[in-house]
Design a protein around this ligand. Structure first.
Ligand code: SF4
Length: 338
């Protein structure tokens, strides 16, 4: 019974609780008691997605968090996403079920490193992908998602240097699209990138000649696939660069009977629910984010019983970070973040 269930803290996350019907009932009852709305990122475990009030991508969830009447937000995702929810909704209590759920892409640049980089390029405009910490966003002029990264960089006068961080694949894509020589790219990456490499992508596409290829551009783990598609490694007509929402719409509308999905494997759960008749396969089924999977049934139960872990962002950092996020929302079509 979940009512008596206890959990064990391990390096990989909290364990020891089954996601059964009693667990789901207790989660929903505790959420009501706390006046909490449960948000789950698309890359969460299926049982976490199914018990949540809303699933989606990071920016969409942050917007829901900010406009929700609930006083508490439980953000089932990684830490920078919960921080973004706090930045956009500073008066709310924001909880993440396990604060150790980080992001290797966000961790690939610190605010201190960014300040040092800015000092080497005085006057440069800093553009940061949304997968960054609040401290890095506070040092940023304009945040971007993959959907509007090119538009954001085009909005900057051609004679101004641009510092683009932290994703090197997205940076390379933007540099190629804009043809800018004065765009400097930070050499960061997501550890899940390694699971979606060029030869594997080409091999899977060749072995499934009738399959569409869905690439989620806002996902850090798919930006290498985006780059390869742009290079022509995979035939352009089969490649659909889609946001999460558009991916679900395309799943319902596509004539293809099979679809290869180049993103984190958690997305398959939503796609299979949207179009059960289609054979959705991961380009690489090892493309699983261990940080996302730290939000376990045990972690969510602990979070709601104990009101932990709470996410704090100092107000001066939040104010500066909010300005860069709001500029992102104002330019082009920002999509949904990762
Ligand atoms: S998949 Fe990569 S970019 Fe996304 S949260 Fe995990 S580590 Fe970060």
């Amino acid at each position: 019974m979940a009512a008596t269930a206890t959990w064990e803290r391990t390096d990989a996350g909290y364990t020891g609780v089954q996601a059964d019907a009693d667990w789901a009932r207790e989660i929903r009852a505790l959420a009501d008691e706390r006046d909490a709305v449960l948000l789950a990122h698309n890359y969460q475990l299926p049982e976490i997605q199914d018990v949540a009030d809303h699933t989606g991508d990071s920016l969409a969830l942050s917007r829901i968090a900010a406009s929700s009447s609930a006083s508490t937000i439980v953000f089932c995702g990684v830490h920078f996403m919960a921080e973004t929810a706090k930045i956009l909704g500073p008066d709310k209590t924001v909880l993440i079920p396990d604060e150790r759920a980080g992001c290797s892409l966000a961790d690939s640049i610190t605010a201190e490193q960014l300040r040092a980089w800015k000092a080497e390029h005085p006057g440069a405009v800093v553009v940061s992908y949304v997968n960054t910490t609040a401290d890095v966003k506070a040092e940023t002029d304009i945040c971007c998602t993959s959907s509007n990264a090119v538009d954001v960089v085009r909005s900057i006068p051609a004679d101004r240097e641009v510092l683009f961080c932290p994703d090197q694949f997205l940076g390379a894509h933007v540099k190629r699209e804009t043809g800018r020589d004065n765009l400097h790219v930070w050499a960061g990456e997501c550890h899940v990138h390694a699971g979606i490499n060029g030869p594997e992508l080409a091999e899977r596409a060749a072995a499934n000649p009738d399959a569409d290829l869905f690439i989620h551009p806002e996902c850090g783990c798919a930006t290498s696939a985006l780059y390869l598609a742009g290079e022509g490694t995979v035939a352009a007509e089969r490649v659909k660069i889609l946001s999460t929402g558009d991916m679900l719409t395309a799943a319902r509308d596509t004539g293809a009977r099979s679809v290869l999905v180049a993103t984190e494997v958690g997305m398959l759960h939503q796609l299979r629910k949207a179009a059960p008749e289609i054979d959705f396969r991961a380009v690489n089924d090892r493309a699983s984010c261990r940080y996302m999977k730290m939000i376990t049934p045990a972690a969510l139960l602990r979070c709601l019983r104990e009101g932990a872990d709470e996410v704090h962002v100092p107000s001066d950092v939040a104010d500066r970070a909010r300005a860069s996020v709001e500029r992102m929302i104002a330019i082009g079509k920002p999509g949904g973040g990762e």
